[in-house]
Design a binder for this molecule. Sequence first.
Ligand code: ADP
Length: 560
Amino acid sequence: QFNERGQELDKDGRAVHKKPGLLKLFSLAREEAPLLAGGLTAMLLSSGAQIVAPLFFGKVVDAALRSMSDLNQTVLILLGIYIGGALATMVRAWLFVLAGQRMVARLRRKLFGAVVSQEIAFFDTNRTGELCNRLASDTQVLQNAVTVNISMLSRYVLQIIGSLAFMFALNPSLTGKYVQKKRKEFQDRLADAGTQAEEALSSIRTVRMFSGEEKVKELYGIEVDRSYKVGKKLALAQGTFDGAIGTLAYGAVSLVLWYGGKLVNEGTLSAGVLTSFLLYTLQVAIAFGLISSLYGDFMQAVGASIRIFSLLERMPEVANDNGQILPSLSGDVEFKSVRFTYPSRPDSEVLKGISFTVEPGEMVALVGPSGGGKSTIVSLIERFYDPDSGIIYLGGHDLKSLDPQWENIAYGCVATDEEVEEAARQANAHDFVSQFKDGYDTLVGERGVRLSGGQKQRVAIARALIMNPVLLLLDEATSALDAESEHLVQEAIDRAMKHRTVIVIAHRLSTVRNASKVVVIDKGVIAEMGTHDELLKQNGVYKRLVLRQLTAGSVEPTAL
Ligand code: ADP
């Protein structure tokens, strides 16, 4: 999916470059250098304690064989070492986790910023579930990596001498790689199941309407089964791996015990030295177990960072800045031979050469069978997408030369309470809003008050009025409202249309009658264009649409 930067992609659409991912991983951690340095110092101290502890363990055994006072003294030293080590461990864990948290918070903000500024076409091809996943879990994996890979590095340095011999004896890489592969596969399958669930749940109304529960349960079941199958293999492989490591570790300990015991028996080795030796052997074995499992986490982090960076560095295709900012703009619009294909559906051209003009203050109605391209035309004016060829002029300027941020500036505009109330009155929304307990502060949507269809439309109109745009783009709802609501909405729309340029995707006869120009869009081309009366005389597509009351779109149950 991220191939526009010329990166090589594997079959999952992930960029195949490991080294940059690794380097960037460290560059991300760089800002936390002071915390990490502190953590590293603490880690050296705790590792040091861990390394000398077995030595004193052995000394304790020898001291016990000598005298009571010797024993007490050595035990005290050992205790001191342990307490010091525990404190250092505490500081180490605290500083590393803190650094990780700070990094992940920073990264999440950056990543969200990068996602939000992508062009709309990006969201056609990237599922929201997947993107949210990246925000949540990939960044989490990275956080772990800060802690993990640095501790791993130091462990390597500290224990490398004692461990080298074991490395050859163990050779865990073969089993390790298999577990690694399975683990990744398992994660992928799990993600598939998650996506499936999210899709079904986010469109639960549609699912319910068509009684599709059994179907989505089945689809989800298939995905879960797939991940379970990989999970089963993973469990066995992991078990074998852990078992093998355990056997080798105990084998090594037994060997040391046997050989050491023999030397003690012969009187050439003290019992204390043997004890120390045994503990060291155990420690090295445990370190190996840890390193091999850390390796898995580490590779996972590299994968996560590659995905995150491919997003962070992705340039939106509709440029988000560097455009012209004009002091003011007139609302006239011109389409000149505009052709357009959705990037997510490259095989079907949606607009095949559209040309029309809208004069300032004019009201133009777009009509036509559903799927003809009306909404696409509006999306292009909103600059969700750029045309493949042809030009769209807004106020005489090529839309591409304007700064999209500036075009949409009104989205973030601040209105006073009075302005909000005035707009709501104009939109026939004031009455029902004032009846809510919290009035204009009412929270709406899933976690708040549910608005009816008609109320939602009136709120939308009020919002548009606050922006006071020179050009108003309207999409008449096809869903049926009750007569009272219908009347209130219609009145609000009529008021909103006054004194500005309006392009409306029309479904009502009254709207097209009032339009100064009707543009009939059919299969991506302009089939007819003119006033309502002119077009009726032509006896063509428009006449047939009008005969069906222009409701061609609304008789279908739902646009799926
Ligand atoms: P209308 O508004 O006239 O009903 P649209 O502009 O919505 O028509 O759709 C025109 C064509 O473009 C349809 O075939 C539709 O399936 C397709 N289409 C619309 N939106 C998208 C999208 N985001 N990605 C891919 N294809 C789309």
